[in-house]
Write a protein that binds this ligand. Structure first.
Ligand SMILES: *[C@@H]1O[C@H](CO)[C@@H](O)[C@H](O)[C@H]1NC(C)=O
Ligand SMILES: *[C@@H]1O[C@H](CO)[C@@H](O)[C@H](O)[C@H]1NC(C)=O
Ligand SMILES: *[C@@H]1O[C@H](CO)[C@@H](O)[C@H](O)[C@H]1NC(C)=O
Ligand SMILES: *[C@@H]1O[C@H](CO)[C@@H](O)[C@H](O)[C@H]1NC(C)=O
Ligand SMILES: *[C@@H]1O[C@H](CO)[C@@H](O)[C@H](O)[C@H]1NC(C)=O
Ligand SMILES: *[C@@H]1O[C@H](CO)[C@@H](O)[C@H](O)[C@H]1NC(C)=O
Length: 218
């Protein structure tokens, strides 16, 4: 038997690496509510100009998954801004922020010092950034800010599949319209035949791919 091709060896190494990484990360078994800052909550002390907790340290000591919530136990002296845009995060300001990637959890209270609890669902995988833009950005500059990475975990529960932020948008139509069902192909029997041809090509292509795949694995 011929010695394994470099591609097959690479695939085997990749498979081993993926298995190792998967088993090193504990699997999520349920959705978790993370109280930001732990018992201290999400507060800025304006007399000392300091945060009541180290939020970056707090965030580093947690695992975040889709469908989890961040619970901000706070007051109306702080704000909660969620953004997926690192530039906005680093600016400590929403002035130039885009509506599509930045959300102010505005609870509509215009008096200072009112107790609040704000629940923020984690609905997008990858980097998520949070800060308070109160006091013209001073709170954020003084540490009312943190970054997390959201992992897939169990995926979004049905209740969050179409969350308020971001708004749901229709997926774009498939680029190759000949692959859509015959009923949507314009123009009678000829259109149907084109669709059938495309389906045959697709199936043949898949068989070739799977034959090629098993050849590499052997
Ligand atoms: C987590 O917080 C959300 C939003 O407030 C709430 O609906 C849910 O019941 C909480 N889950 C747990 C386990 O406390
Ligand atoms: C702010 O810090 C000062 C000094 O540590 C403390 O006396 C005060 O109670 C704090 N205020 C709040 C609202 O935590
Ligand atoms: C988080 O902090 C607690 C107590 O400070 C510690 O026991 C725990 O091991 C830490 N967890 C992680 C994931 O760092
Ligand atoms: C909330 O902000 C107001 C106005 O800046 C200030 O007077 C008040 O002391 C603050 N409350 C706390 C608990 O920091
Ligand atoms: C991030 O936000 C800034 C404004 O703060 C904007 O100029 C930039 O285009 C945004 N980046 C992306 C990738 O949308
Ligand atoms: C708080 O810190 C900021 C710098 O981020 C500074 O500009 C401001 O004067 C400080 N305020 C007080 C009350 O010390």
């Amino acid at each position: 038997m011929a010695s394994p091709s470099p591609i097959a060896v690479n695939l085997t190494v990749m498979a081993l690496l993926i298995t190792a990484v998967a088993s090193a990360t504990p699997a999520a078994t349920s959705y978790v509510n993370h109280t930001v800052g732990g018992d201290a909550g999400w507060f800025f002390n304006s007399s000392t100009n300091t945060t009541v907790a180290d939020y970056s340290k707090w965030a580093a000591n947690q695992t975040f998954n889709l469908g989890d919530y961040l619970i901000f136990r706070t007051s109306s002296n702080q704000t909660v801004v969620q953004t997926y845009n690192e530039t906005t995060y680093k600016s400590c300001s929403t002035d130039d922020a885009l509506d599509s990637d930045t959300f102010l959890y505005d609870v509509g209270i215009d008096q200072f010092g009112q107790p609040l609890s704000i629940a923020v669902p984690l609905t997008i995988e990858g980097p998520n950034y949070y800060f308070s833009d109160a006091d013209d950005g001073v709170q954020c500059q003084q540490g009312m800010a943190f970054q997390i990475t959201v992992d897939h975990g169990l995926g979004l529960p049905p209740s969050l599949n179409q969350p308020p932020p971001p708004p749901y948008s229709e997926p774009p139509p498939p680029p190759d319209s000949s692959l859509s069902p015959p009923s949507t192909v314009a123009g009678g029997s000829n259109g149907g035949a084109v669709g059938a041809d495309a389906n045959v090509r697709l199936v043949v292509g898949m068989i070739i791919l799977s034959v090629a795949g098993s050849f590499l694995v052997i």
